[in-house]
Design a protein around this ligand. Structure first.
Ligand code: AMP
Length: 288
C-alpha cells in the first residue's frame, strides 16, 4: 500500500507538490470532492490511481454551490476518516483548503455554463452550477491535472463540466465513473448519512423507477412520457418519497425530447424527509 505523502492546505503547497510530480514526468489525476468520502468517491480515486501516476483528491465543502436554505452548515465533515480512505486507496496528496484559502477575498469572477444549467437540478437550485463550475475551474487551475474524475451520479454536473472544459480550452480530460450503489440499488451519497433506516429502504424506490425506465428503453420505447411515467409509478409506491422532478432528456444538451433517439438521460430528484436525493441512468451508456 502506498501511503499519502502529505495533506496540504494551501494553494501554494499543492502547486509545489504537483509541479514536482510533473517534473518527474508523472501524469496527474484530480478527484474533486466535498469529503465525507464513501465507496462512490473511492471508485473515482481507484480510476485515477489506475490511469495516472499521481493522484490528488481535493476535499472542500464549497459554500458557493449551496443555496441559503440548503445544508452547507450541517454538511458532514470528517477529514481524518477521509484521509484514511485516501491512504487505503493510494492517493498521493489530499488538498484540503480552508474557505479563506479558496476564497481569500469576495469572489467576483464566476464561470457560468449557460443553457445546460437551466433545467433538471438547475431549475431548483439557482446558482448551484455556477458555484460548482467556478470552484472546479479554480481547482483545475490550482492542481493543473491531466485527467479529472467525476461521477455519473451527478449527471448534470458531469455534462456541464465537460462543456466548460471544451468551451474554455482546459487541457484536461474529463472521465466519467459509473454510479456506485448500495445492494438495494440506492446510489451512495454523503447525504445518505441524514437518512433513517426506514428512509434508506424507501429511497431504493428511486432505483426501482430507473430500472423500470431502463427496461422500457431496452424494449425500444421512444416515447419519453411513457418512460417518465414508469419512473413515477415506482416513486409513488413509496409514501416516504416526494418527487421533485423526473426528466427524460438528451444526454448532451439536456433538453427534453419529443422522441427518444441517441444517448438519453433519465434523471430523478426526490425528497426523503428533508433530504434531497438525486439519481439517474444514461442509456444506452455513459457519455464519453
Ligand atoms: P461530492 O463529494 O458529493 O461533491 O462528490 C464528489 C464526486 O464523487 C462527484 O464527481 C460525484 O459525482 C462523485 N460521486 C458521488 N457519489 C457517487 C457514487 N455513488 N458513485 C460514483 N460517483 C459518485
Amino acid at each position: 500500500m502506498k501511503s499519502v505523502e502529505t495533506r496540504v492546505e494551501t494553494v501554494e503547497a499543492l502547486r509545489r507538490v504537483v509541479a514536482a510530480a510533473r517534473a518527474g514526468g508523472k501524469r496527474i489525476g484530480l478527484v474533486p470532492t466535498m469529503g465525507a468520502l464513501h465507496r462512490g468517491h473511492a471508485a473515482l480515486i481507484d480510476a485515477s490511481v489506475a490511469e495516472c501516476d499521481f493522484t490528488v483528491v481535493s476535499i472542500f465543502v464549497n459554500a458557493l454551490q449551496f443555496g441559503p436554505q440548503e445544508d452547507f452548515a450541517v454538511y458532514p465533515r470528517d477529514l481524518d476518516a477521509d484521509q484514511a480512505l485516501c491512504e487505503e486507496h493510494g492517493v498521493d496528496v489530499v488538498f484540503a483548503p480552508t474557505p479563506g484559502e479558496m476564497y481569500p477575498s469576495e469572489q467576483r469572477t464566476f464561470v457560468d455554463v449557460t443553457g445546460l444549467t437551466d433545467g433538471l437540478c438547475g431549475a431548483f437550485r439557482p446558482g448551484h452550477f455556477r458555484g460548482v463550475t467556478t470552484v472546479v475551474a479554480k481547482l483545475f487551475h490550482i492542481a493543473s491535472p491531466d485527467v479529472a474524475y467525476f461521477g455519473a451520479k451527478d449527471a448534470q454536473q458531469l455534462v456541464v463540466i465537460r462543456r466548460m472544459v471544451r468551451d474554455l480550452n482546459f487541457p484536461i480530460e474529463v472521465r466519467a465513473v459509473a454510479t456506485v450503489r448500495e445492494e438495494s440499488g440506492l446510489a451512495l451519497s454523503s447525504r445518505n448519512r441524514y437518512l433513517s433506516d426506514e428512509q434508506q429502504k424507501g429511497a431504493a424506490a428511486i432505483y426501482q423507477g430507473l430500472q423500470a425506465a431502463r427496461a422500457l428503453l431496452e424494449a425500444g420505447e421512444t416515447n419519453p412520457e411513457r418512460v417518465r411515467q414508469a419512473v413515477r409509478d415506482e416513486l409513488v409506491k413509496e409514501p416516504g418519497l416526494r418527487e421533485q422532478y423526473v426528466e427524460v432528456v438528451d444526454a448532451e444538451e439536456l433538453e427534453r425530447v419529443k422522441r427518444i433517439e441517441g444517448r438519453t438521460l433519465v434523471a430523478v430528484a426526490a425528497y426523503a424527509g428533508k433530504t434531497r436525493l438525486i439519481d439517474n441512468i444514461f442509456y444506452p451508456d455513459l457519455p464519453t
